[in-house]
Design a binder for this molecule. Structure first.
Ligand SMILES: Nc1ncnc2c1ncn2[C@@H]1O[C@H](COP(=O)(O)OP(=O)(O)OP(=O)(O)O)[C@@H](O)[C@H]1O
Ligand SMILES: [Mg+2]
Length: 508
């Protein structure tokens, strides 16, 4: 084994009730290397990382740090041994400041026994300076501003800073870019490459093949709790990795079905919410998939939430099938045939303690009560059907959502709205954290839904390829306004980026 191996895992096995999450897995991480992990949702990636970080205990197998066997008791212990992990569902204390969070658990005290804030701020500022982040106004103000004012990308960067501050030898990143836009993702990837140059070992989990091939030195592929391939990145290709992941060849094409645009389902006119979005005008016709592109923070989610009755508006009208719809709460939008599938699955999409069945069935209960009875069988059939369509990996539909892998939780959220079968389906980042195989299934379902020209879909996405692949029209938002409307055939990645970043020439 190469001498610069920092961490080595041998024959790790871990079972949860009803699933073997890891089956005899061996794995290593070298200094000065980015080691990427790929695999379908539920393949065992996060579980392995949580074992390294001391959050879970392996049922069997050994862990070595610099050749010595170790027992990692818990995440604090892992931290002391030079291991830092940024979780897939990155949680933080909203009221804490940047400086406090960097020094958490290690607050310096001066000789009077009080916290030495001066030192903390000075050190924090030096760190930001040294890492080239002093230009980030949010971070710097953030010395004393609370984390709740930072973007998700900032929080991820802060987590990296914490690892640097602690001088961790190994940094585990579990899908760090799944919720952030291209530009911020690039900054993050550059930081990862910088850390690698400084001799750190980075384990990087992602479903985004292009970024994996941008930064990885080595790639290990998981399937059903086993390692099915591991090699230097230069010996692999995207197609090879995908076929190892899903166990078959996968077409690269989008399953887009051209449907004839039918009646106008939705017309939004001059929608305003002060300080959030301005003069929003757009339409959706039956048979259409309409995309909303833009940078994170451009206002796309906020517009969708307003149409979905989740947030108030200050002025403007929403018309459904040419009739004015007063949408003040979620029930109003649902009654008008609009359903909004939220981007933040943990906060708005799922009740983690409830089962997969309850998460999918309860919001749809009205479908199963007729003739004075609850038709439980119909419920079960529809839920099983969606679980099959989306390949939701769960021991049973009675398993609590909390026990599912990140990507499978996302599938449950999407499934719940698909069952509702609305005329207008708004999907906010529907494929976030979803593996390539299941993404393809979701695209197929989207095409199916609009195919017969009776329903329409609005898709908000930060993944340009899926917008380009699936949409009939794309609205590009920038700074709370719609900057452009582009039709299939005329949109391109470059053009969208130009409008999204406000750099489009007036003549385009
Ligand atoms: N705390 C838990 N309790 C029960 N089962 C669990 C728990 N954590 C994970 N599992 C199960 O272990 C398997 C592996 O899950 P894991 O989270 O490691 O997948 P993953 O590869 O990270 O997937 P994703 O890409 O969706 O994040 C899944 O079947 C999952 O449902
Ligand atoms: Mg995971």
């Amino acid at each position: 084994m190469a001498e610069n191996v920092f961490l080595e895992l041998k024959n790790i096995t871990k079972a949860f009730p009803g699933v073997i999450a890891l089956d005899n897995v061996s794995f290593s991480a070298r200094r000065g290397e980015v080691h990427a992990l790929c695999g379908e949702n539920g393949a065992g990636k996060s579980t392995l990382m949580k074992i390294i970080n001391g959050l879970y205990k392996a049922d069997s197998g050994d862990i070595y740090l610099e050749g010595k066997p170790v027992h990692i008791q818990n995440p604090v212990d892992a931290g002391n041994q030079g291991i830092a992990m940024i979780y897939q569902e990155c949680t933080y204390v909203p009221e804490m400041t940047v400086a406090e969070s960097l020094f958490l658990g290690n607050l310096p005290v001066n000789k009077f026994g009080t916290i030495n804030w001066k030192y903390i701020y000075q050190q924090t500022e030096e760190l930001l300076q040294a890492e080239g982040l002093i230009d980030n106004p949010r971070m710097v103000d953030g010395l004393q501003t609370k984390l709740k004012y930072l973007s998700i990308a900032d929080i991820q960067m802060l987590e990296i800073l914490k690892a640097i501050h602690k001088d961790s030898s190994i940094l585990i990143m579990d899908e760090p870019t799944s919720s952030i836009a291209q530009k911020e993702a690039d900054d993050l990837l550059n930081k990862v490459l910088d850390l690698k140059k400084r001799g750190k070992s980075i384990i990087y989990i992602s479903h985004k093949m292009d970024e994996i091939f941008k930064i990885a030195d080595r790639i290990t592929i998981f399937r059903d709790g086993r390692v099915v391939g591991s090699d230097e990145a230069k010996n692999l290709t995207i197609d090879k990795v995908i076929s190892l992941m899903v166990g078959r060849e996968l077409s690269n094409d989008y399953p887009k079905i051209e449907a004839a645009a039918g009646e106008e389902l939705l017309r939004v006119e001059n929608l305003n919410r002060i300080g959030v979005f301005r003069d929003i005008n757009f339409t959706l016709h039956a048979g259409e998939i309409v995309g909303f592109a833009g940078l994170v923070g451009a206002g796309r989610t906020e517009v969708a939430r307003a149409v979905g009755g989740l947030d108030p508006i200050d002025s403007g009208t929403v018309k459904v099938r040419n009739k004015k719809a007063a949408i003040k709460k979620v029930a109003d939008s649902v009654n008008n045939g609009i359903a909004m599938c939220s981007e933040d699955r943990r906060r708005y999409g799922l009740v983690l303690m409830r089962s997969v069945r309850e998460n999918m069935g309860l919001p749809n209960l009205a479908r199963y009560i007729y003739g004075g009875y609850l038709h439980k069988n119909k419920e079960l059939v529809e839920i099983q059907e969606q679980c099959g369509n989306l390949k939701i990996k769960t021991p049973s539909i009675e398993t609590p959502a909390a026990n599912l892998s990140g990507g499978n939780q996302q599938k449950v959220v999407v499934a719940k709205w698909l069952i509702k079968d609305p005329a207008v389906l708004i999907l906010d980042e529907p494929t976030r954290g979803i593996d390539v195989g299941a993404k393809y299934e979701i695209y197929k379902l989207m095409s199916e839904i609009v195919k017969d020209g009776r329903k329409g879909i609005i898709m908000i996405s930060s993944e340009m390829p899926e917008l380009l692949g699936m949409c009939d029209r794309i609205y590009v938002m920038s700074k709370g306004k719609i900057a452009a409307e582009l039709k299939r055939g005329e949109f391109s990645q470059e053009l969208i980026m130009q409008y999204a970043t406000d750099s489009a020439k007036a003549s385009v």
